[in-house]
Design a protein around this ligand. Structure first.
Ligand SMILES: [Zn+2]
Length: 400
């Protein structure tokens, strides 16, 4: 299938060398509740993995939990609970929300704190290769030694710096040679959890966590590396710099796949703006099928403006699909619409950069035809609805 690669900025054919698609998707930092922005990203990659399996691939899917991070430590201090307890609790809540949305668990669901040795191994190799430097117990990646740095960002230096600063970079760190150099290992701070290291006690930087977990489970090259669009820079840029310099293998991922942001009333849904729509609240009002269909009703790269009306409309659509599977009217084999053709059209849409809105439109045509008694083969129509519905991760009644 073809996917849009944010690095090359074009559609690329995803070619699993041995029939195995190695897919890594950046996971949550567990310090707060799951909102529709999370839901969209994980529903998209869940549906993508289901579709790849439908196409005969094996999907080895790794998703991480960033269970040590500034945000967790800050929130734990505010709440007066141990940081690891907060992480465990919020991870459980996230998984309950994902289960309720019919999002399958990844093949490997892994925590950053279980992979410190692999992170240290990568950091040491980067130091040995002259790409990282040690200052007062901190280790930084030296971007001046990597001419490729910035290749995913597609931005000039000033824009990279501004964007990085908005997303967690500290440009004023006096130990850095360049304000864009990023932390691989940070020296122990009073009251923070620390791990032993060759550079002194401390904890890993955020970016190195994902490089380590991706490579530990999937090797030097992935077919798909995914995440929200706000991770493209600096997080995924830094992952490329660390991973490709560590292994010497390029590209680290055949396709960098980024899911558009979720908006509410024209503003990006974000914790800082306080305009979050929580998954658990939406699930009180609508079915998981409707929420998934609403999210997948927009192409994954487009921004998604959340509205209850969209989900309500999706609920009606799912009802019609279910009716078509159950209703006698759709069992009349005398129609002129070729069900198999529409099935192929829907599959072709999904193969073309996972165009779920187009696949849904095609299925709606098939459902309308089936309910009007206008398809040539009700059996094939039912099979197609179940198949495409299955790739989108809808729970539909099983066939006979
Ligand atoms: Zn990541």
């Amino acid at each position: 299938m073809r996917l849009y690669d944010s690095l090359r900025q074009e559609h690329v054919e995803v070619v699993p060398p041995d029939g195995v698609v190695r897919m890594y998707v950046c996971g949550i930092t567990p310090y707060d509740t799951t909102h529709m922005g999370h839901a969209r990203t994980y529903v998209v990659f869940d549906a993508l993995s289901r579709f790849l399996e439908d196409r005969g691939c094996t999907v080895r899917y790794v998703q991480n939990v960033t269970d040590i991070d500034d945000d967790i430590l800050r929130k734990a201090r505010q709440l007066g609970v141990p940081w690891d307890e907060l992480g465990r609790r919020e991870t459980e809540r996230f998984l309950r929300d994902m289960d309720a949305l019919n999002v399958r668990r990844p093949t490997f669901y892994v925590k950053a704190t279980d992979h410190i040795p692999m992170m240290q191994e990568i950091i040491q190799v980067l130091i040995d290769k002259g790409l990282a430097y040690v200052r007062k117990g901190n280790v930084y990646f030296d971007i001046s030694r990597d001419p490729d740095f910035g290749k995913l960002a597609h931005m000039g230096y000033a824009e990279m710096l501004r964007t990085a600063n908005e997303r967690g970079n500290n440009p004023d760190d006096p130990h850095k040679d360049d304000p864009l150099d990023f932390v691989l290992w940070q020296a122990a701070q009073p009251g923070e959890p620390t791990w032993k290291s060759p550079w002194g006690p401390g904890r890993p930087g955020w970016h190195i966590e994902c490089s380590a977990m991706a490579m530990q489970y999937l090797g030097a090259q992935l077919q798909i590396h995914g995440g929200g669009a706000d991770l493209q820079f600096p997080h995924h840029e830094c992952e490329i710099a660390q991973s490709e310099n560590y292994t010497g293998v390029e590209p680290f991922a055949q396709a960098w796949v980024h899911v558009g942001m979720v908006y509410l009333g024209g503003e990006k849904m974000s914790k800082s703006l306080g305009n979050l729509v929580l998954v658990s609240d939406v699930l009180q009002r609508y079915s998981a099928n409707a929420i998934r269909l609403a999210l997948l009703g927009y192409h994954y790269r487009q921004p998604f403006g959340y509205s209850d009306e969209d989900v309500a409309r999706a609920e009606a659509v799912v009802d019609r699909w279910q009716t078509a599977l159950a209703d006698d009217r759709s069992h009349n084999p005398s129609g002129s619409i070729t069900a198999e053709l529409l099935e192929h059209e829907a599959v072709a849409a999904l193969e073309d950069d996972f165009n779920t809105p187009e696949a849904i439109r095609v299925m709606n045509r098939l459902v309308d035809a089936a309910l009007a008694g206008a398809v040539d083969s009700p059996l094939v129509a039912a099979r197609a609805i179940r198949r495409i519905g299955g790739s989108l991760g809808l729970s539909l009644p099983a066939g006979e």
